[in-house]
Design a protein around this ligand. Structure first.
Ligand SMILES: Cc1cc2nc3c(=O)[nH]c(=O)nc-3n(C[C@H](O)[C@H](O)[C@H](O)COP(=O)(O)OP(=O)(O)OC[C@H]3O[C@@H](n4cnc5c(N)ncnc54)[C@H](O)[C@@H]3O)c2cc1C
Length: 375
């Protein structure tokens, strides 16, 4: 059974159901009521350096392409590509080195000289030094993607219980999983998948093991509907450093993207302030100013709304994926921080491989939940 009906839990349920397993999903709220409904839908390889997270992202990029065909147009999947820009030569040199390193791991990118940036993005600010186009970057509507993954899992036989909190994870005398108890029922099962996102540490705690998942807050600005003035996912070179930073302090580096419905999304900030939901005008102002620096045309556009969410952050920025050696039958699929939409299909597939005793496509050692035990 899967705890959590966000995009990660939905992907786990989808692949496990298709593998022929009998699956139940429990969420205390609605589908995508956690961070999945409060983020953007960037499916990025461009912001990741070679390593386990990029391997996951590349596997996922291919799976999202397949899913787009299987789940239908409603997920708003767009293989639009990313464009990372640098304002000066030093920034462009850094991008060049980063892209060359990524190329060794299978990331495709093409350098775009400053004079040609407007062929890709006609409304981009003049005078930028240049950038890199990443054709493997894509976009999806996260809440719709989660809902359609779950719908497909249900068609394959999965049961979904919403508005029902898991209050206990039951284990036997040998420590192995026996099932869970919710505020409405008892589910007996030999396997529990912890896909509780930012609350993954609490669920691990119910099973008696620590997992240090913390919230990392982010705001997103949503403009009024506009014609397609932003064609790719566009961001400045600083974004990569912000994503990789472990600092609790506020970081903003705008990622700008158009949507099929018209509004432009401007995300996102990063800060560790617990679950504080207070609206921060300062953060919104910084995001808006950075977006207008990239696309001056946005300076005169109205913002329709802003929302915030809490990324599930683990101290080394890698998710916890796979069997927990401390509790037989407990599997983790949480802690994906700012990349959970992108990484969901690979996570679901790898979990289903372990559940069915098959060899996973990737080595799961870097994602083991007990890697924090000594700290
Ligand atoms: C501002 C912002 C922008 C983002 N942009 C992107 C982006 O562009 N691309 C990207 O890939 N990622 C992005 N992310 C990150 C992404 O949204 C998350 O990594 C992802 O949504 C995590 O999904 P999840 O399914 O693990 O968690 P969630 O969606 O939070 O799902 C976990 C579920 O578990 C349920 N749950 C918890 N405890 C219990 C319990 N005891 N019993 C029952 N149910 C329980 C919750 O109700 C919740 O529905 C962004 C995040 C933010 C905040």
């Amino acid at each position: 059974m899967v705890i959590g009906a966000g995009v990660v839990g939905a992907a786990c349920a989808y692949y496990a159901s298709l593998a022929g397993l009998s699956v139940a999903v429990v969420d205390r709220g609605p589908v995508a009521g956690g961070t999945t409904g409060a983020g953007e839908g960037n499916l990025l390889v461009s912001d990741k350096e070679p390593g386990p997270e990029l391997d996951l992202a590349l596997l996922s990029a291919g799976l999202w392409r397949e899913l787009a065909g299987e789940l239908g147009e409603q997920t708003e999947y767009e293989p639009k590509g990313g464009l990372v820009v640098a304002s000066d030569e030093a920034g462009l040199d850094a991008l060049r080195a980063f892209a060359a390193h990524q190329g060794t791991a299978g990331v495709e990118s093409v350098e775009i000289p400053g004079a040609r940036l407007h062929e890709l993005e006609p409304h981009l600010a003049p005078g930028l030094a240049g950038g890199f186009h990443y054709p493997q970057d894509a976009q999806v509507q996260p809440a719709l993607a989660a809902a359609h993954l779950l719908r497909a899992a249900r068609v394959a036989g999965a049961e979904v219980y919403l508005g029902e909190a898991v209050t206990a994870v039951r284990t036997g005398p040998d420590g192995a999983i026996l099932g869970v108890t919710t505020d409405r029922r008892r589910i007996d099962t030999p396997a529990v998948v912890n896909a509780a996102g930012t609350w993954g540490g609490e669920v691990a705690g119910l099973a008696g093991v620590p997992l240090p998942v913390l919230p990392r807050r982010g705001f997103v600005l949503v403009t009024e509907p506009l014609p397609r003035i932003v064609r790719h996912k566009v961001y400045a070179a600083d974004y990569v450093a912000d994503v990789a930073s472990g600092s609790a302090a506020l970081q903003t580096s705008a990622v700008v993207e158009g949507t099929p419905a018209g509004p432009v999304l401007i995300g996102a900030s990063r800060e560790r302030v617990g679950f504080d939901r207070t609206l921060s005008v300062e953060v919104l102002r910084r995001l808006a100013a950075q977006a207008a620096q990239l696309f001056p045309v946005l300076a005169d556009v109205s913002v329709q709304r802003a929302y915030r969410g809490f990324r599930p952050y683990l101290p080394d920025h890698l998710p916890a994926i796979g069997a927990d050696p401390r509790v037989p039958g407990l599997y983790h699929a949480c802690g994906h921080e700012g990349a959970g939409i992108g990484l969901a299909p690979a996570t679901g597939l790898l979990i289903s491989r372990q559940l069915t005793g098959k060899q996973p496509e990737l080595d799961l050692t870097p994602f083991r939940a007990d890697r924090f035990a000594a700290s």
